[in-house]
Design a protein around this ligand. Structure first.
Ligand code: NAD
Length: 253
């Protein structure tokens, strides 16, 4: 499908853009004509992703990679301001970086619960606040949060992760109402099980068993999540805000 031009002239920030779903979003946005700044957790993985993009995209002047500490407000602010300095504006923010854990409540360490909330919730708030200030000055923007189907259903172990995604949905719906007057749209995409490294590492037989419970009969591909993000980022979604878009093959848990 020809998507070139869908994000022409736009500047996007994608957190957690070094691999998995985030990397597909970065590629999709570049294909659609945006300039993209992606954030990773450390220099080594950012450099690796930059090298990969240079080979796969060949648009070297269109992207940069940074590694701010997302749990630190000042570090996030410096990074986002440096993106504005480099590319002159910030039109799209994708809060994609996230971690999960599956510990039972009885084994759950308070510091691990806090770590999940720091990245999956606090960092979303930090990035959104700083980007929204710039978007308001510019006259609008689009913010997309990567939630999860567990933000609707919960999960039977690892309560921190679904709790964080319920919070992401709450931020999405609340900020859509608060920022609409500034022409800033806020939406979320809620993926089901998606074939990133984590799923690819599972035995094929286990993936097949999982797939059999999904009405579409398979797990999702990272590109399918990126397609939904592209729609919400683009002007095609100009009247869509406050939506949690499930991209999960109709998974019901
Ligand atoms: P992944 O583990 O493959 O990639 C995570 C990304 O986040 C990486 O780029 C990593 O650098 C970044 N990251 C991790 N810790 C970080 C930190 N402390 N600071 C900055 N960046 C950090 O994950 P993924 O599967 O691609 O997931 C991306 C998003 O999609 C997450 O928010 C996740 O909750 C959500 N999600 C994934 C699935 C799935 O099945 N893969 C399903 C539902 C939702």
């Amino acid at each position: 499908m020809n998507i070139s031009g869908m994000l022409e002239g736009k500047v996007a920030i994608v957190t957690g853009g070094t691999r998995g779903i985030g990397y597909e979003i970065v590629k999709k946005f570049l294909d659609a004509g945006a300039k993209v700044a992606f954030f990773g957790s450390k220099q080594e993985t950012v450099d690796k992703a930059l090298e990969r993009l240079k080979i796969e995209q060949k648009k070297e002047t269109q992207f940069i990679g940074l590694y701010p500490t997302l749990s630190d407000y000042k570090s996030v602010e410096n990074a986002i301001l440096s993106v504005k300095e480099k590319f002159h504006h910030v039109d799209i923010l994708v809060n994609n970086a996230g971690i999960s854990a599956r510990d039972s409540l009885y084994d759950y360490k308070p510091e691990d619960f806090e770590k999940i909330m720091q990245l999956n919730v606090n960092a979303v708030f930090y990035c959104t606040k700083i980007a929204a200030i710039l978007m308001k000055e510019q006259g609008g923007g689009s913010i997309i949060n990567i939630s999860s189907m567990v933000g609707t259903y919960g999960q039977p172990a690892g309560c921190g992760y679904p709790t964080s995604k319920f919070a992401v949905n709450g931020l999405t719906k609340s900020l859509a109402r608060e920022l609409g007057k500034d022409q800033i749209r806020v939406n979320a995409v809620a993926p089901g099980v998606t074939r990133t490294d984590m799923v690819a590492a599972l035995p094929e037989e286990m993936v097949q068993r999982l797939a059999a419970t999904i009405p579409l009969g398979r797990v999702g591909e990272p590109e399918e999540i990126a397609n939904a993000v592209l729609f919400l980022a683009s002007d095609l979604a100009s009247y869509v805000t406050g939506t949690i878009l499930a991209v999960d093959g109709a998974t019901q848990v």
